[in-house]
Design a protein around this ligand. Structure first.
Ligand SMILES: C[S@@+](CC[C@H](N)C(=O)[O-])C[C@H]1O[C@@H](n2cnc3c(N)ncnc32)[C@H](O)[C@@H]1O
Length: 191
């Protein structure tokens, strides 16, 4: 595991409802998520975004939550159960060098990686793997914390995404964050 991976105790802080005061998941994700969608929450930790996503996709949707740390996944499962959302949430423990998402080729409507990319040791492999899971019309929102990721490092991240089959659709604003909304490179030609 990479040394810079978020410790589990921070996972509890990240899942705190107080965070909603400056990062409201439904407000942030509302423009992209619809009922019935199949969603990826990559680096989900304890589910700050996963649980609202599960509410937003409704009973016909699905949220696939992937993380490299078992304790994060187990805590998310408990929270999902408590919230009555387990039937819409699928959890996956992944490896450092693979998200293990080969079975979702071209199926994902929307993917989220919030505060994850700066922890990933092979960003190129990471983007390439996610790109293959996204539908031709699907979108991928990458959010990084301003306090940890410089403007220059974020530009490098966006450039790695572009080298791996994504294009920039938008640069939304979220407090304390650097953000890019990505689509598959073919998207422009399709609309
Ligand atoms: C800072 S936390 C962010 C959690 C959550 N997305 C949020 O915004 O609250 C980063 C999470 O990404 C996970 N992570 C780090 N490297 C990863 C990788 N290569 N693949 C999947 N998850 C990873 C960590 O275990 C941790 O749970």
């Amino acid at each position: 595991m990479a040394e810079k991976v978020c410790p589990v105790w921070i996972g509890y802080i990240l899942a705190s409802p107080v965070r909603k005061l400056y990062q409201n998941p439904k407000k942030i994700l509302g423009p992209y998520v619809k009922e019935g969608m199949k969603i990826l929450d990559i680096g989900c930790a304890m589910g700050f975004f996963s649980l609202p996503l599960a509410e937003m996709v409704g009973c016909n949707g699905r949220v696939i939550c992937v993380d490299i740390q078992e304790k994060m996944i187990r805590s998310l499962e408990k929270r999902a159960q408590k919230a009555g959302l387990s039937d819409r949430i699928e959890t996956r423990l992944c490896k450092n060098n693979s998200l293990g998402l080969d079975d979702f080729k071209g199926e994902i409507d929307f993917a989220l990686a919030s505060a994850v990319v700066h922890e990933v040791s092979d960003a190129s492999g990471f983007f390439s793997e996610i790109q293959k899971t996204i539908k031709p019309t699907g979108k991928f929102l990458v959010v990084e914390p301003k306090g940890r990721v410089s403007k220059k490092d974020f530009e490098t991240t966006v450039s790695i995404a572009e080298q791996n089959g994504f294009e920039v659709i938008d640069s939304p604003q979220i407090r304390r964050s650097r953000i890019v909304l990505l689509g598959k490179k073919t998207l422009k030609g399709n609309i």
